[in-house]
Design a protein around this ligand. Structure first.
Ligand code: B3K
Ligand code: ZN
Length: 877
């Protein structure tokens, strides 16, 4: 939708719908150029609304053919259309039946919201506000209805007709057309509606729930993709079992359909009984999928499946409550993946992700609370804050009340709120009632933006054998929220003796000492905790398992080194190594800026040697421990980032560590060579990750032929791509040949071709911008396909900081050009891609000026989508 004066929607303005819709009958006559949608709505005045309030129906881009109220055609004067396409009808009785007929054009719908075509098939995407692009409806999540859907289409071209719920008959419709009917017995909001139709084939299986329901499972793909669905199906069955085992939650329909589509705005969508997935999160084979892809599929399949209870059965009252379903469901998928593999490694990866995306968001122009106060375009609020920080807040509550009470709280939450559209208060209240613990202070985490900073200081008194730990918190201001309050911060911790041995802890006032980890709760701005009977000055290990999404500041380098070696908590061991390296690297960045020699801290090489020596126990953990802090992570630690200096320092360190540790790196690399059959379990994935980390160091140290050899002989995509991405950073014939070989081998596979684009977009070579511009006009580039657009534009702007931030400003100009071209095609993706330009305040003035100029150029573009307008205008404030 285009508009000149975008309206801000405020949480405080919530008003209940004037009418409820008990049942919806939808009838689709499918045709790519012109589809007819008939809707019959059984309306009932909401007791919570005024007696004479009119009926408001959202609509966007619909051609109305006819509207009938209680069987009588409505004359034009009864229909009040607004500029945004919505329709208001006054003078309704308390109970009424509205029938509408509209026409829509799926094949020209490039926004991929509403009903659209991809490869000749039909798909829908309705969350958040896409249903209004299909028919007139109160398109808001607090209107829950029972749907019956009839689909008619050409039998030969569109043999498969799917919608939500259970199938309820199919038959001939004459003239080469056929028909199918679907009934969804569960009331649902319109954003969960789905229709998929076309020439698709199913990979099928079955699942019996623990109360004995026999469920047909189908994954619908295009012909030829059937042999790449096995992992998705296995992941689905594991998810179904896990939700029964951990939460007692069972599936509630006779079929569970998943349809995969290559043109899709995000990862996947949890429509009731008919999940629609980006092919990226369904299709995988040894040759085509990386280990990251395998893990991504498992996570996303689980996430969408878990929404069946946290999102679908219990949904959101309004979109400000989005984290009610998303934060909770991310928490659930994180726990699922932790149970399926290594809990420690999963936690490390999730924290890496949070810091890479959410921390910068919280420190930027779009900073918003987990529960935002206002938005212009809700699509812009499907963010790392709502998802990942939202999951951390659920985790805080889990930590605070414990796993048993949390499970009771979930039982209470689903029982009390089943088939209802509710708020974050309903979730917190259930957890509070189940635990008997007052959780009111936790609303601060939902309603306050910004990442709290936690600092710790301590003192030891040998005379009294007392150790005093003082914790302080402070949250920096964010746009619109200058003053911050303290939030409750659970700090999981332990004490280590001078020899590194874990100490039992006893706080003043406690009778017995506690072994292992305990959790302190910092509630105010500053609080001291006194430990008794401490025999010698200990080293505190804080924020074990990353028990709160905060920035822990000020741990000395000596202590970081000590903790990296001795702590019992794998997260703190990893974290301490990372923070140590970050502190050294930031010092080197300063040296580089002063034009001084970079030097080298031998402790880093020592740590690498130690990690390699112990790597056999847990290769996946070793791979994490060996990875230097990323460029984005380092930039986020600096008030004013210096992407070029950061890149130079990181390259220098990689080469230096590679040289100093060469024999050990090479020995590990050789020892981990794949021998047996290809496997994708945690151990096998960990071995490949560690081996490719070694390869990166060895390549940085000058061992170019090794990457080439690996590329030439790799038998799986993980190894092939790891080698290719290292080669892509080099110069010479081997690079060009490898890229050409890869393209020739994979040009028919869109998902792999995306990787080919990304690798080149992220290659930190001086000709990067020219290369990216050339790829933008490559015959295989397609701006309309979101995966492809992200693989080039997004990968460059977010994944190649030293080149994107080139002082010529050409990187910024490229991004703005692409956003301006994409916005009229797909405003949602354009708004997402423009993000990196918004971070101009964190760059030096020379760059910031250039970035703002490009933002202004985007803002000056006529007919900008609401979403892009919101991102750009807020960035310029
Ligand atoms: N709920 C969807 C996201 C919809 C995004 C709309 N712009 C996928 C998910 O979180 O599971
Ligand atoms: Zn979700």
């Amino acid at each position: 939708m285009k508009t000149d004066t975008p309206v801000t929607i405020r949480r405080s303005d919530y008003a209940p719908p004037t009418f409820l819709v008990d049942t919806v009958e939808l009838d689709f006559d499918l045709d790519a150029a012109s589809t007819t949608v008939r809707a019959k709505l059984a309306l009932r005045r909401n007791p919570a609304a005024a007696a004479d309030a009119p009926l408001h129906l959202d609509g966007d881009g619909l051609t109305l053919v006819q509207a009938k109220l209680d069987g009588v055609v409505l004359p034009p004067e009864r229909l009040a259309f607004a500029g945004d396409g919505s329709l208001t009808i006054a003078g309704l009785l308390d109970v009424a039946v509205l029938e509408t007929v509209v026409r829509i054009a799926p094949e020209t719908n490039t926004s991929l919201s509403g009903l659209y075509t991809s490869g000749g098939n039909f798909y829908t995407q309705c969350e958040a506000e896409g249903f209004r692009r299909i028919t007139f409806f109160p398109d808001r999540p607090d209107v829950m209805s029972r749907y019956t859907v009839t689909i008619t289409a050409d039998r030969a071209r569109v043999p498969v007709l799917l919608s939500n719920g259970n199938p309820d008959g199919a038959g001939d419709a004459g003239e080469g057309r056929h028909r199918a009917r679907w009934v969804d017995p569960h009331p649902k909001p319109s954003y969960l509606f789905a229709l998929v139709a076309g020439d698709l084939v199913a990979v099928s299986d079955r699942f019996t729930t623990r109360s004995g329901r026999d469920v047909a499972l189908n994954i619908w793909v295009r012909r030829g993709d059937e042999d790449r669905c096995g992992h998705a199906m296995d992941s689905l069955k594991r998810s179904m079992t896990w939700d029964e085992d951990i939460y007692g939650l069972e599936y509630d329909l006779d079929v569970f359909n998943i349809a995969a589509v290559s043109d899709f705005n995000m990862g996947a969508m949890e429509n009731k009984g008919l999940n629609v997935f980006n092919t990226k999160y369904v299709l995988a084979s040894q040759e085509s999928a990386t280990d990251g892809d395998w893990q991504g599929i498992e996570t996303v399949i689980a996430h969408e499946y878990f929404h069946n209870w946290t999102g679908n059965r219990v949904t959101c009252r309004d979109w400000f409550q989005l984290s009610l379903k998303e934060g909770l469901t991310v928490f659930r998928d994180q726990e699922f993946s932790a149970d399926m593999g290594s809990r420690a490694v999963k936690r490390i990866r999730d924290v890496r992700g949070l810091r890479a995306a959410q921390f910068p968001e919280d420190a930027g122009p779009m900073a918003h609370p987990v529960r935002p106060d206002s938005y212009i375009e809700i699509d812009n609020f499907y963010t790392p804050t709502v998802y990942q920080k939202g999951a951390e807040v659920v985790r805080l509550i889990h930590t605070r009340i414990g796993a048993t009470a949390f499970r009771r709280g979930m039982d209470l939450y689903t029982a009390r709120n089943d088939n209802q559209a509710v708020t974050i208060e309903d979730f917190v209240t259930a957890m509070q009632d189940a635990s008997g613990i007052d959780l009111s202070a936790f609303y601060g985490w939902y309603d306050q933006a910004g990442t709290p900073e936690l600092t710790a200081s301590d003192s030891y008194d040998p005379a009294t054998r007392r150790f005093t730990l003082t914790l302080r918190q402070q949250t920096p201001p964010t746009p619109g929220q200058p003053d911050k309050h303290p939030v409750p911060i659970p700090v999981a911790m332990g004490l280590l003796g001078p020899d590194g041995a874990p100490q039992a802890t006893r706080l003043a006032g406690e009778n017995a000492a506690q072994p292992g980890t305990r959790t302190l709760l910092l509630e105010g701005t500053e609080q001291s905790f006194v430990f008794e009977d401490v025999p010698a000055p200990p080293v505190p290990s804080l924020l074990r398992g990353f028990s709160a999404p905060v920035r822990l500041r000020g741990v000395t380098r000596d202590r970081l080194r000590f903790l990296a070696v001795h702590d019992t908590d794998p997260f703190v061991r990893w974290e301490s190594g990372l923070q140590y390296a970050a502190s050294v690297m930031l010092e080197m960045v300063a040296a580089q800026q002063r034009g001084e020699p970079l030097g080298f801290d031998a402790a880093l090489a020592e740590a690498v040697a130690n990690t390699l020596a112990a790597a056999g126990d847990d290769p996946a953990f070793a791979a994490e421990a060996l990875s230097l802090p990323g460029e984005g992570f380092l930039a986020d630690q600096m008030e004013i980032a210096d992407p070029v200096a950061i890149h130079a320092v990181r390259q220098h360190l990689r080469a230096e560590i590679g040289r100093r540790c060469r024999p050990a790196l090479r020995a590990t690399y050789d020892a981990l060579a794949e021998t047996g059959p290809y496997r994708i379990d945690g151990t096998a994935i960990g071995r490949r990750a560690l081996r490719n980390t070694c390869l990166a160091y060895l390549t940085a140290a000058g061992d170019g032929p090794l990457a080439k050899a690996q590329f030439d002989t790799a038998t799986n995509m993980t190894d092939s791509l790891a080698a290719l991405s290292l080669l892509a950073d080099t110069d010479g014939a081997a690079r060009d040949k490898a890229l050409a070989t890869f393209h020739a081998r994979w040009r028919g596979d869109d998902l792999v071709l995306d990787k080919w684009f990304s690798i080149q977009a992220m290659a930190a070579r001086p000709d990067a911008i020219a290369a990216v511009r050339a790829l933008y006009t490559h015959p295989d580039f397609d701006l309309r396909n979101p995966n492809r657009a992200r693989s080039l534009i997004g990968a460059f702007a977010s994944g190649n900081p030293s080149q994107f931030h080139d002082l010529s400003g050409e990187g910024y100009r490229f991004l703005a050009d692409a956003v301006i071209a994409l916005d009229p095609i797909n405003g949602s993706i354009a708004a997402r891609l423009v993000g990196p330009l918004g971070q101009w305040r964190r760059q030096a003035a020379a760059r910031g000026t250039l970035m703002r100029r490009e933002l202004q150029r985007v803002l000056d573009t006529p007919n900008l989508s609401k979403g892009t307008f919101e991102k750009v205008s807020k960035a310029l404030l």
